[in-house]
Design a protein around this ligand. Structure first.
Ligand code: 5GP
Ligand code: ZN
Length: 114
């Protein structure tokens, strides 16, 4: 997707504070962090929203969570805890239409979310 900001971070066309990558997954720190640790885990392949998930994407979606928990451990918040959130469309709070798992930690999270 040529006009997708996260595809541009994947391709290196715009910079990102990248903390992990493999063949299918990229993780980078959020530009506007909402917690002392806030990073995003994205598939390198463009998928717009959760609504676009296909059965063949199941393994890739699992890999987002595996990356999230490995990075959370590296960041030293596996025991204290952290929150993983994936927003979908307007009322879900999604502003970038390339799916991304938010991982937030190093502060107390509240419930219900805003
Ligand atoms: P959403 O609202 O779609 O769930 O989350 C989008 C997130 O992407 C926001 O937390 C926002 O701060 C982050 N973001 C938007 N543009 C950029 C960017 O260019 N670089 C990085 N690192 N994060 C971005
Ligand atoms: Zn994209």
């Amino acid at each position: 997707m040529t006009d997708c900001i996260f595809c541009k971070i994947v391709s290196g066309d715009i910079p990102g504070d990248i903390i992990y990558q493999d063949d299918e997954v990229l993780a980078f720190r959020d530009l506007n962090p909402q917690a002392p640790v806030h990073f995003l885990v994205v598939p390198k392949r463009h998928i717009s929203t959760i609504n676009d998930f296909q059965p063949d994407d199941a393994e890739l979606i699992g890999k987002l969570y595996l990356a999230a928990k490995n990075i959370a451990k590296q960041e030293g918040m596996d025991e204290s805890g952290y929150r993983c959130v994936m927003n979908c469309n307007d009322e879900g709070g999604q502003t970038v239409h390339h799916i991304h798992l938010h991982v937030l930690g190093k502060r107390q999270m509240n419930w219900p979310p805003g």
